[in-house]
Design a protein around this ligand. Structure first.
Ligand SMILES: C[S@@+](CC[C@H](N)C(=O)[O-])C[C@H]1O[C@@H](n2cnc3c(N)ncnc32)[C@H](O)[C@@H]1O
Length: 236
């Protein structure tokens, strides 16, 4: 696995283009816009219920905005991608990820972006359900692979979910961006993992390899308090 001093937007530019892609968890469509611009998919499925969820494990997550704000976000996404929706490049699914899964065949998607509910259980279920929808030489990227102090307050369990899924599924952990809210890349085949690793080493300066991750080490996003805010750093 490579620790990459880059951002999720720059990764998009490097990853294979022109595919059929799904984004789980869309909010206002900021990253959807980046996917369209930087990765140029032939089709982008946007999956989000745009619904406030009254449940104790999700109450602290700042994405869980009130019902009226959810409707505003949904309407803003429709307006933002009107041309792409009319042209058939963007398909909007106002639905929970587990319910929307029936609209996809196994192996249909080239890659997915996982950024829906961030509890360990929900993130794991998204990986387990949509990992099958990705073609055999496809990949998954996802947001918020962090367990720093802020993430724990928001009940994020992405690190736990991804590590468990990688250990169980045979997906290879390829890369992690070096950000306060990192993005991970996992590949379904060893050959694709090798190709993506090669691509990243050639294009991202100063990558660091962590061998046999997560099989042989854990990840902790450590933090030090500043006068204002925090600095975080990955520890393996
Ligand atoms: C962090 S935001 C997404 C941000 C977006 N990917 C971006 O980077 O611009 C998380 C979103 O996940 C959505 N969400 C929550 N539970 C979900 C579920 N079960 N299925 C799909 N989306 C879900 C929320 O409504 C929220 O809009």
């Amino acid at each position: 696995m490579l620790v990459c001093p880059t951002t999720r937007a720059k990764l998009l530019h490097l990853l294979p283009q022109g595919g059929e892609v799904a984004e789980i968890g869309v909010a206002e469509g900021d990253f959807s816009q980046e996917i369209l611009h930087e990765n140029k998919p032939k089709c982008l499925h946007l999956i989000d219920p745009w619904e406030h969820q009254d449940r104790s494990d999700y109450v602290n997550d700042p994405s869980n905005v009130a019902a009226g704000a959810q409707d505003d976000r949904f309407n803003a996404v429709l307006a933002r991608f009107r041309a792409e929706i009319d042209g058939g490049t963007v398909k909007v699914h106002r639905d929970y990820s587990q319910d929307a899964a029936i609209f996809f065949r196994d192996g249909q998607l080239d890659w997915i972006y996982v950024d829906g509910m961030h509890t360990a259980e929900a993130a794991y279920n998204d990986l387990a359900t949509y990992g099958r929808k990705v073609r055999d030489d496809g990949f998954i990227i996802g947001h918020d692979y962090t367990n720093h102090v802020q993430a724990r307050q928001w009940n994020f369990g992405v690190v736990e979910a991804v590590n468990r899924y990688v250990r169980e599924s045979g997906y290879e952990f390829v890369a992690l961006t070096m950000e306060a809210f990192p993005t991970y890349v996992i590949a379904k085949s060893k050959e694709l993992a090798r190709q993506l690793t090669d691509l990243l080493v050639r294009n991202v300066p100063y990558v660091v390899e962590i061998r046999d991750f997560p099989q042989r080490s854990d990840f902790e996003h450590k933090s030090v308090a500043l006068k204002k805010g925090w600095m975080v750093y990955p520890s393996f």
